[in-house]
Unconditional design. Structure first.
Length: 414
């Protein structure tokens, strides 16, 4: 199989119709599978948390790390992963990430204890951080301008619903107890999917790279990772240990690491113009407000998913299957909200869709909280339907409109 290398075209519009690869939709389906797997693994663990905790004898702090390790590693390497694709080829780095993701998924499924599972989840997040940045860059390079909105709408609908589908699929896999493996198939299922995706990428995905990619900033990666870990570790362990003095020292050290990061990035910008984080972006008020909103949005959603699944299984005593099927209300609403936002609303109303999405999501959270407080142990799946649909639609609006704005600004590859 000959893989053609396509240098990145100049100009914001990318390729035109005459240059479009006739196999682009097949290649796009391959990247969709990868994006779906990534977001699936963010939430598929949540519904299996009680089973994992019982089987491995994990403490609550370890359960938090099993969930958080993936996201922290993903965030730490995301920008570097994008630059590696620009430098060495997006197809190549995509496939490297997919191989590592498949292997680390196997390690997660074969973990003998909570420590091994946490380490495997961290490595799995690093693999996703290599793989995922290539998706939107490949999309931009594969589709002409007139088809790009449709492709983004499909991508938004599929990946926007993956977080909730993860809850439903995880519930089914735990309930079925395949081969007596209990919770382990929630990770092992990635192995056949990863192999199929790798084969499809090798056959149908074209290579592309940036004509002028900035150099890697490994010092910046180390500083930002240190700042994140120095903050999250004491916040996770502090409550369990009674907030000893070293937890506050670590949080103070996180602030120092952040100051060093800012200083270093400014210096690197002056020297060679290739910082990990372009600090000049923060001079843009819309960018800063959008980033803060995005951060708060995901903090709320991360907490909601964990508390929601624990409430249904531990608080209400539901089976994993019932909890997962209840999540389908959210999944369907997310797919509808994301698809509508990307193809209809965001092109017409721009960033206002993000604001509306946040408000709708907030209203859904408030409604859900009031519902559970009122009905307590008598809460049913059908009663949860209305707030979950509101949360799902709002979630789809926010995620899809953010992805679209990202592509309009050409941020996807870097």
């Amino acid at each position: 199989m000959v893989s053609h290398v396509q240098p990145e075209k100049a100009g914001p519009s990318g390729i035109d119709s005459t240059q479009a690869d006739p196999r682009r939709w097949i290649a796009f389906a391959t990247t969709l599978a990868a994006g779906f797997m990534d977001l699936l693994d963010v939430t598929i663990v949540n519904v299996a948390v009680p089973t994992i905790q019982e089987d491995l004898g994990a403490q609550y702090a370890q359960i938090e790390w099993i969930i958080a390790a993936y996201v922290l590693a993903f965030a730490a390497i995301l920008i570097t992963g994008a630059r590696l694709g620009d430098l060495y080829g997006r197809k190549r780095i995509f496939m490297v990430g997919m191989v590592l993701f498949t292997v680390t998924s196997a390690a997660c499924g074969l973990s003998s204890g909570p420590t091994m599972l946490i380490a495997s989840r961290f490595l799995q997040g690093l693999a996703a951080g290599l793989m995922v940045p290539q998706i939107l860059a490949i999309l931009r390079e594969s589709f002409p301008e007139r088809e790009r909105a449709k492709a983004i709408a499909v991508y938004s609908a599929v990946c926007g619903s993956a977080t909730a589908v993860g809850l439903a699929l995880g519930a089914l896999l735990v309930e079925w107890d395949l081969f007596g493996l209990s919770w382990r198939p929630i990770f092992l299922v990635n192995i056949p999917i990863g192999i199929i995706t790798l084969i499809a990428a090798w056959l149908w995905m074209n290579e592309s790279r940036s004509a002028a990619a900035p150099r890697l900033d490994l010092v910046g990666v180390a500083l930002v990772t240190a700042a994140i870990l120095l903050l999250t570790y004491p916040l996770t362990e502090g409550r369990r240990l009674g907030w000893p003095a070293w937890t506050f020292v670590m949080m103070g050290a996180s602030a120092v690491a952040l100051v060093l990061l800012i200083s270093y990035e400014r210096r690197r910008q002056r020297l060679d113009g290739s910082p990990l984080i372009d600090l000049s972006l923060f001079q843009s008020r819309p960018f800063t407000l959008g980033l803060v909103s995005w951060l708060l949005f995901w903090i709320c959603f991360g907490g909601f998913f964990l508390v929601w699944t624990l409430l249904m299984q531990v608080g209400l005593g539901w089976s994993p299957l019932r909890a997962g099927l209840t999540a389908l209300f959210f999944a369907v609403a997310t797919a509808i909200g994301a698809g509508t936002s990307a193809s209809v609303l965001a092109p017409r109303f721009g960033m206002r869709v993000l604001v509306v999405g946040g408000l709708v999501t907030g209203a859904g959270f408030i409604g859900y909280g009031a519902l559970v407080q009122h009905y307590d142990q008598a809460t049913t799946s059908w009663q949860m339907m209305v707030p979950l649909i509101a949360i799902g639609i709002g979630f789809g609006f926010v995620v899809a409109s953010t992805w679209r704005q990202q592509r309009m600004r050409g941020v996807g590859s870097a």
